[in-house]
Ligand binder design. Structure first.
Ligand code: FAD
Length: 368
């Protein structure tokens, strides 16, 4: 029988995380994914858990990022037990480099006692000997770790299935139609009746905002990455400068990312984008130039008008929720997003602060 308590549109890391938490809580849950699980932005991500690397302001978005990042160590253990998938959590911290004295002074001003420590040039080079000798030093973001984004998504999906969730791949949702107190999801594999619906279809969520009578706040921000498999260089920590990062993964590959092009729906890595990364990365680590490139890829970050995500119920259609717009931080924010959506659906009042801030009021009141 095609009847579920909750139907989730989109099987990226956000949709699968929500499916995991809801099915674990005992709800009959289904995910509808138009392609393959985690096949879009989720598998393009470098997997950084950059609460600090993504935020200089100390606002509620930073608190959301920090809280989500801090959920990862216990989540990694739980998902390994439930799904057998290792999400490859690495907690080595990250180096944010300074090349000039002025950049150094700015980074030193950010240092604090708990999370952010200034390291001198000599100290950085002792830990990461292949970083450019031209640096002035670096801020060590001690607890900003990293994971493998696609593995988080697959671990959530396997765990959700274990708790009874149904996951339909190659199953695009075409329409959401009110049916009494529930909703009909019209898909390529037939019609499903869902008591509640969660829209978590990344940058394509815009289609459902419009279908459901709202302004479309989503815009794509194309990002390209490349991977190398170093033969000589040993890189221990994630290192970044401006928007170029070097992320050593557990399997020995190193991800170099990422370009950023607003309103570009193209998903092919281009010569221009890849060469931009190649130039920037050699400034950070000159010797990386002789290492073999193994792949390059590209995908679309789901950005909203103000850059913050939505965790919100539709103002007029009770039971329709949006969990989307995670832009550069969907892997980082998947754990807290899943718990917030569970809280909204089960009305357990744990995350009211976030639900208030990340509501659709921003969209309804903002003419941007
Ligand atoms: P997606 O992963 O795009 O999933 C949405 C899914 O919905 C897709 O699988 C799509 O097929 C499906 N869908 C769409 N329409 C329909 C429909 N009508 N019916 C059914 N299914 C539908 N984040 C970090 O936290 N750390 C990083 O280091 C990081 N690096 C990144 C690097 C790059 C190059 C890019 C592009 C992104 C990066 N991100 C990073 C951002 C992160 O990848 C995204 O924020 C996150 O993956 C968004 O997840 P999502 O599930 O919302 O979207």
């Amino acid at each position: 029988m095609n009847v579920f308590d909750v139907g989730i549109i989109g099987g990226g890391v956000i949709g699968q995380g929500i499916a995991y938490e809801l099915s674990k809580a005992g709800l009959k849950t289904a995910v509808f994914e138009s392609g393959e699980i985690g096949g879009k932005a989720t598998s393009a991500a470098a997997g950084m858990l950059g609460a600090h690397s993504e935020n200089e302001k100390r606002d509620i978005f930073f608190e959301l990022c920090l809280e989500s990042r801090n959920l990862y160590p216990s989540l990694a253990k739980e998902l390994l037990e439930q799904s057998g998938v290792d999400i490859e959590l690495v907690q080595e911290g990250m180096y944010r480099l300074a090349f000039t004295e002025e950049e150094g002074r700015f980074l030193q001003s950010l240092a604090d006692e708990n999370e952010l420590e200034w390291h001198s040039r000599e100290n950085v080079l002792a830990n990461e000997p292949h970083v450019s000798e031209d640096i002035a030093g670096a801020l060590w973001l001690k607890h900003d770790g990293q994971v493998k984004g696609s593995s988080v998504c697959h671990a959530y999906a396997k765990g959700a299935r274990k708790y009874g969730a149904s996951i339909f791949e190659q199953c695009p949702v075409f329409d959401v139609i009110k049916e009494g107190k529930a909703y009909k999801l019209v898909t390529s594999q037939g019609v499903f009746i869902c008591g509640k619906v969660v829209v978590s279809s990344g940058v394509w969520s815009g289609f459902f905002f419009e279908k459901l009578g709202l302004r479309n706040p989503m815009k794509p921000v194309k990002g390209e990455c490349l991977a190398i498999k170093p033969k000589k260089l040993v890189i221990n920590k994630t290192v970044f400068y401006e928007h170029c990062y070097i992320v050593p993964k557990k399997d020995g590959t190193v991800i170099i990312g990422a370009t950023s092009y607003e309103n570009d729906w193209d998903t092919h890595p281009t010569v221009k984008g890849v060469s931009e990364l190649m130039i920037k990365v050699q400034k950070i680590m000159p010797e990386i130039g002789s290492e073999p490139v193994v792949s390059a890829w590209s995908s679309l970050r789901p950005q909203t008008a103000d850059g913050w995500p939505y965790f919100a119920e539709h103002p007029e259609h009770e039971g329709i929720f949006f969990a989307t717009g995670h832009y550069r931080n969907g892997i980082l924010l998947a754990p807290i997003t899943s718990l917030i959506v569970k809280d909204m659906i089960l009305k357990t009042n744990q995350y009211e602060r976030y639900i208030h801030t990340f509501s659709l009021n921003r969209l309804l009141s903002d003419a941007k």
